[in-house]
Ligand binder design. Sequence first.
Ligand code: ATP
Length: 308
Amino acid sequence: MQKQPAVSVAGLVKRYGAKTAVDGLDLEIPGGAVTAVLGPNGAGKTTTIEICEGYRRPDAGTVRVLGLDPVADAAQLKPRVGVMLQSGGVYAGARAVEMLQHTAKLHANPLDVPELVERLGLGSCGRTTYRRLSGGQQQRLALAMAVVGRPELVFLDEPTAGLDPQARRATWELVRDLRRDGVTVVVTTHHMDEAEQLADRVAVVDRGRVIATGSPEELCRSGAESSLRFDGPPGLDLGGLLKVLPDGASVAEPAPGSYRVEAPIDPQLLATVTGWCAQAGVMPDRLTVQRRSLEDVFLDLTGRDLRS
Ligand code: ATP
């Protein structure tokens, strides 16, 4: 990872009339990693990303993309940043592959177009005009256009929305390859499994602010719902076990011989519990670590009610 953040957002505010879409948002996106921006509908993700892309102007706050101002330095950023928009941004009458070839020619060192077309399963629609492509094909073409110029940084707004499982997989593979090549990827998604699979870091946005950041593992480890369970002889000395556990941990025997330790789970905790069992001469049977999924974390953070 690079030391300087690839994207740095501080105190960002954006209003649409009386509606405050982004409300003092702070976010640092590290270089050379995949960052997933998650949030309920209307949280302000697209607005934030579009400000970073230079398509919208903020009402307050500062935004730096690769150290530059997305509006004032747009010309410098254009060849370095790839953008996949949620909807089109493409001339509907243009032929798919011609458009991609045209975009490739605007860059100094583009990807191989036929290879990219093949990878994203666009081979059969080379001469088809954009408006006649299926929704999923349009989506894949938009992704190809965003990456064909070998950008240093790429913004992908819901890249797999509406894609079939094969296309989704191809998209994931492409994102992994970008990451391997050192490209910074910022992706918004509503698919928690996608964020879990792809992202080095996650930022959860709600009501126009970032309310949590961390790696998917860090976020899933946090909170009381991570637990370690094991079976053993009934009536173990739980007070003794509690003494060796970190502050804030709890232990219980919800059913005779069935034990539950609640604490942030890490390798040290596992070692502490199994070490204590070894000293007590207890074999911890069916030892399992129960972790919250990213979806659990997301719902805990943003609430379970449908937003209007
Ligand atoms: P989604 O997950 O549904 O794509 P989002 O997190 O990307 O949502 P935004 O599209 O940034 O959210 O929208 C944030 C808020 O700003 C919403 O309440 C939306 O209705 C409002 N909004 C967005 N664009 C405009 C606009 N051009 N004019 C007026 N209101 C807008």
